[in-house]
Design a protein around this ligand. Sequence first.
Ligand code: ATP
Ligand code: MG
Length: 556
Amino acid sequence: MSKVDTVERPVNFIRNIIDDDLASHKHTQIQTRFPPEPNGYLHIGHAKSICLNFGLAQDYNGLCNLRFDDTNPAKEDLEYVDSIKADVAWLGFEWSGNPRYSSDYFEQFYRYAVELIEKGLAYVCFLNAEETRQYRGTLKEPGQNSPYRDTAVAENLALFAKMRAGGFKEGECVLRAKIDMASSFMCMRDPTLYRVRFEHHHQTGDAWCIYPMYDFAHCISDAIEDITHSLCTLEFQDNRRLYDWVLDNLNDFNKPDRPHQYEFSRLNLEYTVMSKRKLHQLVADKLVSGWDDPRMPTISGLRRRGYTPASLRDFAERIGISKVDSVTEMNILEAAIRDDLNVNAPRSMAVLNPLKVVIENYPNSQPESIQAPVHPQNEAMGKREIFFGRELYIDRADFEMVAPDAKFQRLALDKEIRLRNSYIIKALRVEHDAQGQISTVYCSYDHDTLGKNPADGRKVKGVIHFVEASHALPAEFRLYDRLFSVANPGKSDDFESVMNPDSLVIQHGFIEPGLVNSLPEQAYQFEREGYFCRDNQAGSAQIYNRTVALRDTWGA
Ligand code: ATP
Ligand code: MG
């Protein structure tokens, strides 16, 4: 059984809270949500949040909603909505009912804003952006009340209605909560609840010209959906006061089983960036081929690279959930995919940098068929057909004219080596091309060594991979490395200066004929070379992305 299936459910502080809430009957069913803003593609950090929210719902027999937090139409797009749905489903999770949209609740948000105004807890403010900043104060200095703070309720109601009706220009006024301009939490100094934006919205069209702020819309959306545990990342810790303030001041929601917000630390991964703004920049500046470039930390990029849903879920389990800020090492992600593919990936042979070998004493003009195991440790995966014949390809790196020492386990003149799944061969002489490069290695083979040791008891050390030339399929190999050459590229605003110039190396070589109809994203271990999968954007072309090398090379 694969390791991914045997991981035990970890204890974490959120599970403890849920256990307590169920024990005290505060809640009888757990309801979580994953609330992406559709302003970019999801990344591996979102995968952490998805696995947490959907995973908790699964483990506690609860439900998890997919909710598009679409309150900022200027940056949002249907392309992102579609990609987010596809990524969550690909990760193996099912949302409860239809996807929700915060925009479904625009009319309710509006009514709740009116309720706050009626209670004297919100007002329309005409300070401009600069004045608002000055009035807000600083971390050390309290703010000052806006001159519009004490406008009468009836007038505020009229002004807010006029905002909705398009009676004010963008930036002319906002609706603010009336909380406390001296609060030590900046987010409580009369935060903005609504602003004017004459923007077309991907769900509501031109129905609205005022849009609610995240802090107002999110808690109410949670409450409308009967979310029990609203999980978000630590940067929203202070905003929890505002979350509670809004719900506590609305009659519909001021009750013990209303949602509560809990914060956990976000995933930071070394050698990459995770902020959507920065990922956007990589795409827009064409520093990568798109959101699904296999070097991107996006879910679609990792998928195209060959990561499996099980490996990403396993990764999320391994990193766990806490409140401690940290940077996760890349080798934890890579270990998760290696552990999956080591068990599950069929084996195959591919020659990435080919050198021709001619077996001079091979008697037949036709190659012979050989049955090789699909997986050396798992007979149940069956056999595959490979070929051996007079002309073969091996990798250039597997041949030296002279073996440097006795430990050398590859091919050299006068030295014997086993070809994987096949015979022992010995190199006799070479031929060079016009540039002086070795073009062919002439060898002999021992016809009595197929699947067995030499009869005379001589020892042959070293096994190299090969493909038979007449059946070999030409293929392109894309070898990926870290996208950035520094551990924390997020610090730099000039991406180009810290990008790894060798993050993509393309090679052309040959694969086994059995891969002719290999499926996109299906993983193979190309023996001695790494884990690869067929590119999911290459159509009929034989293009393989290297998911990960066989061993950890990051620490080296
Ligand atoms: P960014 O700041 O990069 O734009 P975001 O947090 O605004 O990301 P959202 O679409 O709002 O992106 O995120 C949806 C959910 O995913 C939120 O609950 C958010 O907390 C969570 N999330 C985002 N990034 C990470 C991360 N790196 N690790 C864990 N959870 C994350
Ligand atoms: Mg966000």
